[in-house]
Design a protein around this ligand. Structure first.
Ligand code: FPP
Length: 254
């Protein structure tokens, strides 16, 4: 892995995205029911949201429920939806107090009515904030996102709003759920699994990945700080040579 020659001096990630994995195994390890793992997972979400603000990470995205998670046992899906609803009710005050904007990535219209209502209210109430941003990937899958973006783009072409000849990455990306978000710089998946599971595939084209062993409920603020430190020590080249990157850094430092 390329090390940043100016160890510790690379910039902070602007956007951290996390696949929160291991709630079930964490619960099993303690002899608890899976849903207790999800409950502990939600408590950890609350810690990590606040930690991002304190660690100067302006964009945090959490993979909270994938489009494939509907296939879990009905009772587990219901428990997750209930936890999400409770989380939103409890967190609205924190988000408003700390100026954190909430976004949803995914097919919001397919979420259960009670959760959708909480989400819509919080989305509207926090829409004016700019400095801190929390995105929840809910009912999310990258492939579905691409399909939705292609549909939206095709309809814009049909209406005559855009010229299909002029399609490029920027205009296409403006139809993704992440249209107004920067690409993730750092993607973390907890629990030691090394898979991407249909999460932000296009947006993470140049992201750095980390796969810490800890299960999500035990991935604490100090683990996030360590992950950020590890990111800062990596050299990101975006297809360029190490020499080019070094020269660019010297030019901007002048
Ligand atoms: C993976 O653990 C986690 C999930 C499928 C959902 C993540 C959800 C939460 C942390 C709670 C709800 C989120 C919010 C934002 C309120 P797993 O069940 O797959 O664990 P396992 O792989 O050990 O079985």
């Amino acid at each position: 892995m390329g090390q940043n020659p100016d160890a510790n001096t690379g910039p902070n990630p602007k956007h951290v995205a996390i696949i929160m994995d291991g709630n079930g195994r964490w619960a099993q390890k303690q002899g608890l029911a899976r849903n207790e793992g999800h409950r502990a997972g939600v408590r950890n979400v609350e810690n990590i949201v606040n930690a991002c603000r304190d660690l100067n990470v302006p964009f945090l995205t959490l993979y909270a429920f994938s489009a494939e998670n509907w296939n879990r046992p009905r009772l587990e899906v219901e428990a997750l939806m209930h936890l999400l609803e409770q989380f939103l009710k409890k967190q609205r005050g924190n988000l408003l107090e700390n100026g954190i904007r909430l976004r949803v990535l995914g097919r919001l219209e397919e979420m259960p009515g009670r959760v959708r209502k909480q989400l819509e209210q919080t989305l509207a109430d926090t829409a004016h904030f700019t400095d801190s941003n929390l995105s929840l990937a809910l009912n999310y899958g990258s492939r579905t996102e691409v399909v939705d973006a292609v549909k939206s783009y095709a309809l814009a072409c049909q209406r005559g709003d855009v010229d299909p000849e002029k399609i490029d990455w920027e205009t296409f990306a403006s139809h993704l759920y992440t249209a107004d978000l920067p690409d993730p710089d750092l993607v973390i998946r907890t629990s030691g699994e090394q898979r991407i599971s249909n999460f932000l595939l296009l947006q993470s084209a140049y992201a750095e990945y980390l796969f810490p062993e800890k299960f999500w409920p035990e991935f604490g603020v100090e683990d996030l700080a360590a992950a950020i430190q590890s990111y800062r020590q990596r050299e990101r080249r975006h297809g360029k040579t190490g020499e080019q990157v070094k020269n660019e850094r010297l030019t901007t430092q002048r």
